[in-house]
Design a protein around this ligand. Structure first.
Ligand code: SAM
Length: 231
């Protein structure tokens, strides 16, 4: 199936509310466990000197879980949509245990415009994460240039996203499954995301052509892919 890009930023209020109100917690917990597994494999134990950055953080679902899992680190969530960042700030504010998010901050910025001089990013990034972001990015160059510019020798990259289905029929089947759990706005967004996603081959080819030998791309079930390693 040919790739059909979708708008990068999720700006519409109803879209943001639908996304925020949906329960994706099972996949999110799984993601945190996966990151933990890869860090432990490398004998990495994150502490107060470490900075975690969550790109395309949306309403903060993953950023919050990172902040709780690694409470001594500093966690920064970044999103280019003001509506999403407002939602993320609100979620942090209304949390029953605000204290657990004292290490969590948000920045509203397009990932293409993040400046390392930003005072929020006052340390080297130890862990650079994204979930469901890559498919939003129109040109893969923009995603990889960003992670290249934010990473240093200690940065572990872990980016998870959807895999584009083989054909329209498979995409429609996944859309129908989504409709049994989520509302129409979210279902339509999910379908647009599936069509905008990249294939494993496209990402592998990009990494090969752009001399990123320490970065690996692999399937995580038949629905997701993971970009993992150093740049
Ligand atoms: C599908 S949501 C995922 C949110 C979050 N990572 C999660 O897993 O719940 C994708 C997010 O990426 C943001 N995004 C897309 N393109 C972006 C860009 N170029 N710069 C910053 N944020 C971007 C969107 O605004 C949206 O909030």
């Amino acid at each position: 199936m040919e790739r059909i890009p979708e708008p990068e930023l999720m700006k519409k209020k109803e879209q943001v509310i639908s996304y925020d109100e949906a329960d994706f917690s099972e996949g999110e917990v799984n993601l945190i466990n996966q990151i933990n597994h890869y860090l432990l494999k490398r004998n990495i134990f994150l502490s107060e000197k470490d900075l975690i950055v969550d790109l395309g953080c949306g309403p903060g679902n993953i950023s919050e879980k990172l902040a709780v899992k690694w409470p001594n680190t500093e966690v920064v969530g970044i999103d280019g949509s003001k509506e999403m960042i407002l939602r993320a700030e609100r979620n942090k504010e209304i949390s029953t245990n605000k204290k657990q998010f004292k290490n969590l901050r948000y920045i509203c910025s397009d990932i293409k415009d993040i400046k390392l001089t930003n005072s929020f990013l006052n340390k080297k990034i130890s862990l650079l994460v994204s979930n469901s972001l890559i498919h939003h990015i129109t040109h893969l160059d923009d995603f990889f240039n960003t992670i290249r510019s934010l990473s240093c020798n200690i940065t572990i990259n872990f980016h998870k996203d959807l895999i584009r289905p083989l054909d329209e029929k498979s995409a429609l089947e996944l859309k129908a499954q989504c409709a049994t759990k989520y509302n129409e706005i979210l279902t339509n967004d999910f379908y647009a995301s599936l069509r905008a996603s990249y294939t494993l081959r496209e990402l592998k080819d990009f990494i090969l052509k752009n001399d990123l030998p320490s970065l690996d791309v692999f399937e995580d079930s038949d629905k997701y892919l993971i970009v993992y390693g150093n740049v």
